[in-house]
Design a protein around this ligand. Sequence first.
Ligand code: M6R
Length: 617
Amino acid sequence: MCGIVGYIGKQRALPIILDGLKALEYRGYDSAGVAVVGKHGKGFQVRFAKAPGRISVLEGKLGDGTDFEGNVGIAHTRWATHGEPNEVNAHPHHDCKNNIFLAHNGIIENYKDLKSELLEKGHVFCSETDTETLVHLIEDMRDSDPNSTFEEVVMKALRRVRGTYGLAILDRREPEKIVAVRNFSPLLLGVGDGEYIIGSDASAVLKYTRQIVYLNDGEIAVLTPSRHHIFTLENQTVMRAPQEIDWTIEQAERGNYPHFMAKEIFEQPESIENSLRGRLVPEEGLAKLGGLESVEKDLRKAKRLIIAACGTAYYAGMVGKYMLEEYAGIPTEVDLASEFRYRKPVFREGDIFLAISQSGETADTLAALREAKQKGVLTLGIVNAVGSTIARETDAGVYQHIGPEIGVASTKAFTSQLTILALLTLFLGRQREMSITIGRRIAEELKQLPILVGRVLAGHQNIQTIVKKYSAHRNFLYLGRKYNFPVALEGALKLKEISYVHAEGCSAGEMKHGPIALIDETFPSIFLAPSDSVYEKVSSNIQEIKARRGPVIAIGTEGNGDLKRFTNDVIYIPKTLEMLTPMLSVVPLQLFAYYAALIKGCDVDKPRNLAKSVTVE
Ligand code: M6R
């Protein structure tokens, strides 16, 4: 995800902001840029440089840095959302006269309206980004209000903006000032001796200071070399003393979590929120998916959806099939991409192909996509990595917007893929027979999901206790039906990939056709048993396992006291719509695998034999 760094003080800004950018590299990015204000000749000028790719490419452009003298600077690593990862789309963005420069994390939701207004007024845009709109908006307001201070103009501009932002902004005409703003995108100030370093997370500043002032949402900080002033966007002054942090840089990157996997599991309320942001119109029961606008008419006529993916993304696709068929009425097939590419898939008129891939680079998924394209089928993608090959080669698609997933075991990508599949179901369903009432219901429940996932996470200690109890077992069977059948597969995959404990996922309905032969008192089963349309069937399957002395752990819905009577352990999840239960029921299984791997002392983030992105067959 994007990163922001800024420096104001007595030292040369360039080396410090470059250090900050390097410390933020772990977040993933696809381009980078710097802007430094310094005295050149008689007056102050801003020198800037941007480059796609690694920070080393940017450094190559900076040469020995002598052109970039100055004690004030901002810098950015971009993880593309609007527009390709290229030089012009990289930050910092600037106004028409190269006075104001701005680095932004987040999304300006109403940028299209603002941009057309500014274009009409004669502003010249260079990039395709939402961010550039903001810098022109500030310029516009500054020109029409020359008596206000820079920060007053920024605040005025922000009142017109809808969206999320962490911002570092400078103006050549006030060269000893940086304005930093936070609104749903983290930002902090590192406080040094006569200097400040701005960072979107602590790792960007830790090399220089451990004194940190965290900004809260809706706060703006005005920095000069000697002081900082924080106030709210409503102009109330905020007094906040710096805190000393005692983390290492490594810990800071992981936000104090021992592993990236833990961080990614625990940040799911936020990542789901990010995947939903700006995409729901609850009052109309609609989903707004900008990435599909160009193919909206084709989607209206679509007769069948063919999903291809691998691993966790494939299981997300399986859940998607249940959603799309039940609520959008679209026949949906799900294929392992590795199988799809070698069989002879039969396409018909009205088919739409959908690739799901966190990395956007998985070789089998890419090959399946190319096969579909070659047959003339319209192709869509659900992808996290912006600008990745799958994102570029599909005709249209929806980005996950969850930032990089670093742990090899996919966790937040899965719940985000499910979120987007639910949005797609709403989108396609409302194009068809789905009533506004059902649409509203789904939208309302989707909105609640981040909170509900947070509630499941709050029960992590109970899950850890249960894991300890079963830590001597070497085999587990995961069982579920309907929406939770793919979750059983995903739970088993998580356990085996990071703890190397043998686990099998199976449809509970298939249990009697073979797997039940494994069961005795040494072979525990984990049942997905939420109170849904197949609960009665699942509870019968539980009884069948218990009758063979198999230990049972159940994931059940809060309020179902019954489950406790005939299982050994129960982990409760909140009630939601049946189609959305996988987003809650998978969370205890992720934690189960994580704690099991910890007990065994496994390298959770880099399990043996596995790669994060499988770019070869
Ligand atoms: O990047 P992708 O979503 O295309 O990756 C697909 C699989 O390789 C991936 O989900 C893999 O199964 C993970 N290790 C699961 O945790």
